[in-house]
Design a protein around this ligand. Sequence first.
Ligand code: EPZ
Length: 421
Amino acid sequence: MDYLEIEGGHKLSGEISISGAKNAALPLIAAALLSNKPVTLTNLPNVVDIRTLLKLLEMLGAKISHNDTTAVIDCSNISSTKAVYEIVSKMRASILVLGPLLSRFHECSVSLPGGCAIGQRPIDLHLKAIETLGASVNLEQGYVVAKAPKGLKGDKIIFDKITVGGTENAVMAAAMAQGVTEIINAAKEPEVVQLCQMLNMGGAKIEGIGSSKLKIYGTGGKPLEFKEPIRVIPDRIEAGTYLCAGAITYSKISLNNVNVEHIQAVLDKLEAMGCSFDIKNDKITLLPAKELKGVNVVTAEYPGFPTDMQAQIMAVATIANSESLIEERLFENRFMHVSELNRLGADIWLKGNIAAVKPVKELKGADVMATDLRASSALVIAALAAKGITRVRRIYHLDRGYDRLEEKLSSLGAKIERKKE
Ligand code: EPZ
């Protein structure tokens, strides 16, 4: 198994380019199922999760040509509507095929994804949404079997809780339904916005994009058609992760291809810690703090502070000059990085969903284990500042969502190497 060996204590400098967003690209790939013509997606990140979802579509009968950043997906000859356990169990986001398969083919079965390292992660809200649109849903041998023989019918979906994937599935299900669907308490994440914009480009009509109330005029069974290539938006979490890498090493670095509006909540917290920024169009330069200060963070849905940045900001907070309080509001178990950061010399105490990060003078290299995608990047960030050598194991988590991480960090001057056990 591969691991990363990082020699900490070196400043970073220079500039890198941010890749397309994994979490935006995944629903766009699923949305290709709504068309019987080829769909071209560009600026895809070169990460395992993207390849996994493309493989799932291929298993359903899609013809796909894919290089590192572009995929042409042709779903004109779908031969199966069953998303099998072998793929869904690898990647929860596979559940995103539920809405489009049901909308276009009026039936599908999708393996239940099960829990994962960051929490239980149920899909009840996804199922409630498609039931509201008239589907029957049964659980059979670990599969969600959904049917709507006469097609889905628009209705009012009220989400009890804001859900990114649930909103994406509901929007895709509604896109080819008959009549109008309203979604109340919809997620407003930029990734949801891009999906809605794509569907509109393909012939759906969605109003209220970017708000918590969406109105979708279904095409009444007519497949969508995407004539123009769709460029995936920049990855706001990747951008935030590199800013944290720069912050913890007191480095001046620049990132290109950033949508600054999407990372405002992260910039606010890094500013509160003493960093500042120089922003020109889609380029952002981090000017390091004189001395990092403690910060209080509460994760929330967009435009709040993203849960996907909680672990990384915690890593930065470990060497601040005062205590930080970090509260996780979205996932019940998203603190697996705490014990690993403590192995590097951090002093973090957990009580329920709040982590108290007590300041330490320095981190020291150690062997640590990655537990999920963002926890892994937090360990890399901490390792960049830790004295001596850190080995980060189980980096297959990183490969799921960070495009060429060690290449980008090396180009900024980090001493980081991928090695084999
Ligand atoms: C998306 O997951 C992202 N994944 C996650 O990023 C991200 O952490 C999360 O949104 C929150 O921003 C992708 O976009 C592929 P949710 P998703 O449904 O859609 C509860 C990463 O590291 N809930 O918005 O699965 C759920 O348990 C990943 O890149 C239900 O209770 O998240 C959670 O507490 C990890 N029932 C909350 O809602 C449901 O049916 C928000 O989850 C669905 C969700």
